[in-house]
Ligand binder design. Structure first.
Ligand code: NAG
Length: 306
């Protein structure tokens, strides 16, 4: 080994270490499995990090391609910053929702077809600012893939409701659907016209969303045994409904007995008091008359004796 080779070996070793370190500076987090309803949309959450800190969007180029197919070939990308590189079948159906400058590579696929299974992988490239060409020499990429679980027909909404409600009390029914399309959320409608509806959206976890509609109305006796239906419209053709039968319990009301009885008793009492009063009054008057009669009789008898 000459002197030159002795110097070369550590240098090569260092280069190997350096290159392995550099290929590790990108990291991506992509949801591996996500449901996607045919005709609806799906949003695949994705984020990446770079050990060199945040890079400006202008220096980054993003693409989503079929796994095991090179993104440098035209037909292999479902998304590419250069639209000519996108597979015809996906043209106009994919959109980067995330801002690359914020390390967000979230992808939206609209009008999902039943063959959109994937797996789809995210790749990022650094480009030269001068001519927008990828820096092939120092080019870094991240690969992480998402598989779509295609759902052919929409799920039925879940209804949450009380077993029974007393008349005059508020009746609250909740209608919930789980989906993966937060950009075009399913529309929830009821077969009851009321202003008492609250809509609510939340993320359950990793791309799974819940849309909730809460309906409240005052229960009336006429609502008992009627059907309440919630319909979830995911797209024009994709609709599903669930129905609940309402149960309203009547509050037993004895007014129809109590009021006439009270009136009857009242009248009877009044009449009774009146009778007693009258009786007393006439008793006195009769006694008075009898007394007067007595004196008259006495007078008369005295006169006849004379
Ligand atoms: C990425 O972007 C999407 C779409 O704008 C957003 O909903 C999501 O919250 C972002 N993710 C992070 C981690 O910021």
């Amino acid at each position: 080994m000459d002197k030159k080779t002795k110097v070369m070996i550590p240098c090569l070793l260092l280069a190997a270490i350096c290159s392995s370190v550099f290929s590790d500076i990108w990291k991506a987090t992509v949801v591996r499995n996500i449901d996607a309803l045919v005709e609806s949309c799906v949003v695949i959450p994705c984020s990446f990090s770079h050990t060199g800190g945040n890079l400006p969007t202008s220096r980054l180029r993003a693409m989503w391609h079929y796994k095991d197919r090179s993104p440098d070939t035209k037909g292999n990308n479902i998304y590419h910053d250069d639209p000519t590189m996108i597979l015809d079948n996906f043209k106009g159906r994919t959109r980067m929702l995330g801002h690359l400058g914020q390390n967000n590579c979230t992808l939206e696929i609209t009008d999902v077809k039943n063959h959109d299974n994937g797996p789809f992988c995210f790749r990022i490239e650094l480009v030269r600012t001068e001519d927008n060409e990828p820096t092939k020499d120092k080019f870094s990429f991240v690969e992480d893939c998402a598989e779509l679980n295609i759902i052919p027909s929409p799920p039925k909404p879940t209804l949450i409701h009380p077993k029974s409600v007393s008349q005059g009390e508020p009746y609250t029914v909740m209608c919930s659907v789980i989906h993966t399309c937060p950009t075009h959320v399913p529309e929830l409608t009821w077969n009851l016209k009321t202003s008492g509806v609250i809509l609510y959206q939340r993320e359950i976890h990793s791309g799974k969303m819940e849309t909730l509609s809460i309906l409240t109305f005052i229960a009336e006796v006429k609502d008992d045994n009627s059907e309440l239906t919630c319909t979830a419209e995911f797209s024009r053709q994709q609709k599903a409904s669930s129905t609940v039968r309402l149960s309203v319990t009547r509050i037993e009301n004895y007014n129809h007995i109590i009021i006439p009885s009270a009136v009857g008793i009242g009248i009877a009492l009044l009449f009774g008091i009146l009778c007693i009063f009258m009786a007393k009054k006439y008793k006195n008057r009769i006694a008075e008359l009898q007394n007067q009669d007595g004196t008259m009789w006495n007078r008369l008898s005295r006169l006849s004796r004379r």
